[in-house]
Design a binder for this molecule. Sequence first.
Ligand SMILES: Nc1nc2c(ncn2[C@@H]2O[C@H](COP(=O)(O)OP(=O)(O)OP(=O)(O)O)[C@@H](O)[C@H]2O)c(=O)[nH]1
Length: 170
Amino acid sequence: MKILGAILAGGQARRFGSDKAHALYGSTRLIDLVATKLREQCSAVVVCGREEPGFDCLPDRPEASLGPLGGLNAALHYAHAHGFSHVLSAGVDVPNLPADLVQTLSGGGAAIVQSQPVVGLWPASIAGELDMFIAGGGRALYAFAGHISARKVAFDPPLLNVNTPDDLPD
Ligand SMILES: Nc1nc2c(ncn2[C@@H]2O[C@H](COP(=O)(O)OP(=O)(O)OP(=O)(O)O)[C@@H](O)[C@H]2O)c(=O)[nH]1
């Protein structure tokens, strides 16, 4: 498997109230924590849905403001065009990604983390299918995962998802 790591980093972060990607978890920005975890398991890493200095960045496809699915679609098409077999996606707000995430999600077809569908392993070959799903009005990642019969892998305890400043350690 040649895997492209994709940090889905658009959106408004309304509940957080400021730029979540640059928020500090301890002494490290969330986006840097996620990038480190993805780099350990992927051949390359891109940021989807924002311009971020120091990263290769992709605009959402077909346009901005469609939610994380637009970022995943951009990553899948980039992966397909550049010889990657899979995309490992993660939100910028999921800092504690396990080191063996690829292994956990591998096993045929697409797989997402139960209750956190922004974290998933997706074959690049489904890029065209996601284009059609979005063109048909689909916007929810979870619905797309169901549409392609992605496996759902549960984590206990669930992965930390930073939605508000209270989710960060003191
Ligand atoms: N590329 C891309 N990523 C997005 C978009 N919307 C949300 N995301 C990312 O998807 C992940 C989950 O986002 P949410 O928590 O659902 O939305 P949010 O905008 O971050 O926060 P809220 O406004 O509080 O819902 C985060 O990492 C976001 O940065 C988008 O339109 N494009």
